[in-house]
Design a protein around this ligand. Sequence first.
Ligand SMILES: Cc1cc2nc3c(=O)[nH]c(=O)nc-3n(C[C@H](O)[C@H](O)[C@H](O)COP(=O)(O)O)c2cc1C
Length: 364
Amino acid sequence: MPNQIENRKAEHIKISLKENVQAREICAGFNDIHLIHRALPEIDRDKISLASRVFNHNFSAPILVGAMTGGTRDAAKINSSLAEAVEELGLGMGVGSQRAGIERPELESTYKVVRKKAPEAFLIANIGAPQLVKGYGQREIKRAVEMIEANALAIHLNPLQEAIQPEGEAKYAGVLKQIEKVTDEIDVPVIVKETGAGISAEVAKKLEEAGVQGIDVSGAGGTSWAAVEYYRAEIHKDPFHKRLGSIFWDWGIPTVASLVEVSQSTEVTVITSGGVRTGIDVAKSIVLGSHLASMSTPVLLPATKGSDEVKKTLHFIIEALRNTMFLVGANSVDDLKKAPVVILGDTADWLEKRGFNPRTLARR
Ligand SMILES: Cc1cc2nc3c(=O)[nH]c(=O)nc-3n(C[C@H](O)[C@H](O)[C@H](O)COP(=O)(O)O)c2cc1C
């Protein structure tokens, strides 16, 4: 019998596939970022290398598939398709929250399939910060990592979702201390990720002090969890939560602003997600200080069809990244990091008001 967590997870997937749960009013900010076209690239497109070494792992391109699922039969198929594709393309991926697999061992296989299908790829385990406050300790964390023989552990922050979902547990008191404990206790890098509302410079600094090695900004401008909850409330005929979902639909720090805030204020490894939709967005993320870029929703529908569809989607993103590198004259990802950039519009305003000068973004 499926339990409450499984039902909820299945609803998240169904809604994300069926409804438009993308941000409405708020933009990720990629349109404000202009890379400078180089009419004399002086390089050959076919000789460009996208290879990147991050977290001591070799990636064929600086691209991840973001955490989405596990715990249901559909999830097993989705995870299997994603894993097969990232293995073949030399990328990495995260699994969705492993709470279901930790609490119900019969569901472990829906996560384990990723290591089976991707023996070499960079895989990221996933647990929610609220679980840490509710008593998850070293035993549960180790199980999550071992379940998929993970290369890293992601702890997700989802205060927005917990605050607006009917069964939400908006209990975040003491979370940072628990995160610090996890970083002390496990021997794979700990990544803290948001889930679509972004991470500020202030929070990033605290996470760095707690020993976190990577931050995935998961900013606003892509998939909106408030939107997912809006549609869940509609299904359950719950006008109160539907209204909450509607007014918080566009809540959060836009992705690009969050990326700059985090990369300019810490030394951690930065992952950009939240509305990354094209290879051009990936390139812009790297220019602004990101080490990897990550996408979830763009590969969800392809993953329900099989690994070939995921491969096609990711291949297109990789080739668009290669084109962008060609057009700015970057032979390697290291070259790309040095490409000139102009930041305009709301993103420039945001950064200036927050004390970052968009004209003098120091390169790392
Ligand atoms: C259906 C679905 C399920 C998700 N489940 C999780 C999860 O279990 N754990 C997590 O850390 N993030 C989860 N996320 C958030 C994504 O990892 C990502 O941060 C967010 O969707 C923004 O990326 P996008 O705009 O490319 O979709 C989920 C996203 C989607 C669409």
